[in-house]
Design a protein around this ligand. Structure first.
Ligand SMILES: CC(C)=CCC/C(C)=C/CC/C(C)=C/CC/C(C)=C/COP(=O)(O)OP(=O)(O)O
Length: 389
């Protein structure tokens, strides 16, 4: 592929075109084998010569491995909760989950509506995960963010490991602690999200897409990995667990890239630029152009490339939605269709993401729901049968 591009266009263009192509599981699979262990993953994190995508892919493999055995053994619908030991205070736990639901309804209305389409067990588990992510985000983005120290981040990480070991600190932690005891959710994506917050505290520029990709994985791709074990994989799905996790990761990345493109102006006013510096330079743009916030032809052309890349991640994500258990497909389709439309709205604003916020109007949101429902009726596809486990 790279050879063909090098032949038909100048080297720089070939490089930027190649960077637009999401590397799917198949290509990366060539580089890895299933013997990857946790220690290989840790090495990858400290070894800067390995690309971000390779690091992230190792987490995907590990997450997929966790549920792959379960799928083989019992053809389990993984969204089904595991029985507990009977010592739980159900009233308190129910209240904890209700509180998580309230937070979710308050901070993420559209997302909350999506969760209402899920089964009650899954819905409350997703609320508990959402609240933990929100609180983690608040550490660096909330009102107390300026007082946040590395020590405080360490304490938050300790709380995380405690709740995974059944020692929750407060009500919200108790809800998540219950969730992770019932669904095969691993701690790694949660730890990685904390790592993402640390990164956000010390970094306000991204040299290239590789660096930005890693950031997007930390803060949003992780959410995809956390969600799959709760949403469940359709028992009849023949797709590899790894390919489903890849799709979930892609949706997180696509959402975050979209979020970044929508919020360019807002972020710049906080002194932050979540765009690949090398690609900006290749388009003849600098930080000053972004702070100035003027829509020029250079900016339009740069944005077109960024939007194209985000759409490619959405396309990658689409491949996995049909493999989810039937009750989870509708909300995931709904959120995918809604979030992807933000990209259309940026185009409709003539790429002015400096002073105009791209949003999807109520009517479009309403139309998306039956469209999502229609797609959700399609379960694991015939095509997926071709993908070997
Ligand atoms: C596709 C398959 C197989 C599974 C789905 C797996 C899932 C649910 C992936 C989605 C992951 C996700 C929701 C990531 C969060 C991304 C994100 C940018 C959220 C934005 O949060 P806010 O900053 O609150 O957004 P708004 O400002 O738009 O409200």
């Amino acid at each position: 592929m790279s050879a063909i591009l090098w032949v038909v266009c100048p080297k720089e263009n070939a490089q930027s075109l190649l960077s637009l192509i999401p590397r799917n599981g198949r290509r990366r699979r060539c580089k890895f084998n299933s013997r990857l262990s946790l220690s290989a993953y840790s090495n990858a994190i400290v070894n800067p010569s390995r690309s971000s995508e390779e690091r992230v892919y190792e987490v995907v493999l590990k997450q997929a491995a966790l549920v792959r055995e379960l799928r083989k053994e019992s053809a389990l619908d993984l969204g089904k909760p595991i029985e507990t030991d009977g010592t739980t205070d159900w009233n308190l736990l129910n209240e904890a989950y209700e509180r998580c639901g309230e937070v979710c309804a308050e901070y993420a209305k559209t997302f909350y509506l999506g969760t209402l389409l899920m089964t009650p067990e899954r819905r409350r588990a997703i609320w508990a995960i959402y609240v933990w992510c929100r609180r983690t985000d608040e550490l660096v983005d909330g009102p107390n963010a300026s007082h946040i120290t590395p020590k405080a981040m360490e304490r938050w990480e300790k709380r995380l490991t405690d709740l995974f070991e059944g020692r929750p600190y407060d009500m919200y932690d108790a809800a998540l602690s219950d969730t992770v005891s019932k669904f095969p959710v691993d701690v790694q994506p949660f730890k990685d999200m904390i790592e993402g917050m640390r990164l956000d505290l010390r970094k306000s520029r991204y040299d290239n897409f590789d660096e930005l990709y890693l950031y997007c994985y930390y803060v949003a791709g992780t959410v995809g990995l956390m969600s799959v074990p709760v949403m469940g994989i359709a028992p009849e799905s023949k797709a590899s667990t790894e390919s489903i996790y890849n799709a979930a990761l892609a949706l997180g990345i696509a959402n975050q890239l979209t979020n970044i493109l929508r919020d360019v102006g807002e972020d710049a006013r906080r002194g932050r630029i979540y765009l690949p510096q090398d690609e900006l330079a290749r388009s003849g743009l600098s930080d000053e152009d972004i702070f100035r916030g003027k829509v020029t032809d250079k900016w339009r052309s740069f944005m077109k490339g960024q939007i194209k890349r985000a759409r490619m991640f959405f396309d990658e994500a689409e491949k996995g939605v049909a493999e989810l258990s039937s009750a989870s497909r509708w909300p995931v389709w709904a959120s995918l269709l809604l979030y992807r439309q933000i990209l259309d709205a940026i185009e409709a604003n003539d790429y002015n993401n400096f002073t105009k916020r791209a949003y999807v109007g109520k009517a479009k949101k309403l139309v998306s729901l039956p469209a999502a429902y229609g797609r959700a009726l399609l379960g694991p596809s015939k095509l997926a049968e071709l993908v070997k486990r």
